[in-house]
Design a binder for this molecule. Sequence first.
Ligand code: COA
Length: 172
Amino acid sequence: MYEWTKVFGLLRPMASACVIFLGRYVPWPGLKNGMLRMLGCRIGSFAAVGLGATFDIFRPDLISIGKGAIIGYNVTILTHEFRPDGVYVGAVEIGDGALVGANATVLAGVRIGAGAQVGAGALVTRDIPAGGRAFGVPARLTEEASGRWRSTRTASFSRRYRKASSWRRRPT
Ligand SMILES: CC(C)(COP(=O)(O)OP(=O)(O)OC[C@H]1O[C@@H](n2cnc3c(N)ncnc32)[C@H](O)[C@@H]1OP(=O)(O)O)[C@@H](O)C(=O)NCCC(=O)NCCS
């Protein structure tokens, strides 16, 4: 890792780091998505990346986020991995309408399918199929799949949003 410039070069990662770290504090999804697209990330329409989310500075171009996906606060998405035997690089794909909960970490080379849900705080080390739900460290798939969450914006978005705002976590 000490010699990262030999692997990734100097200027590109430095420029990416500036944009990514500035972007962490940008609250407007449209502006933030534009900044990330400048770095080569593929960001679908109406995808929302939360405050504090950090994308890989070395290969942000290997990250793709689907339409209407939600990336929660402080999520970290990595596309590289330094190990004692070398550096590994892998694309991360997050499908349309998927949710990655706050503080989750997504490791290099992982695919999260359309409509899948990753719980807050999870560590995603393997692919999650479309519609799947996974929690924990490391993230494990749960049996049930939920059709309750939809995040692709449509004409009825405002109506659904009001309805969602009265949602309460189930009583313990
Ligand atoms: C994944 C998530 C959407 C599931 O919500 P839900 O369908 O209401 O699930 P429930 O609260 O009914 O929990 C179902 C089970 O999963 C467990 N669980 C839920 N979220 C979990 C998490 N993040 N980590 C570990 N376990 C979790 C619950 O303890 C519960 O277990 P039990 O059945 O043994 O009691 C939600 O828990 C979550 O993590 N949301 C994050 C939202 C977020 O960060 N959005 C972006 C920023 S706003």
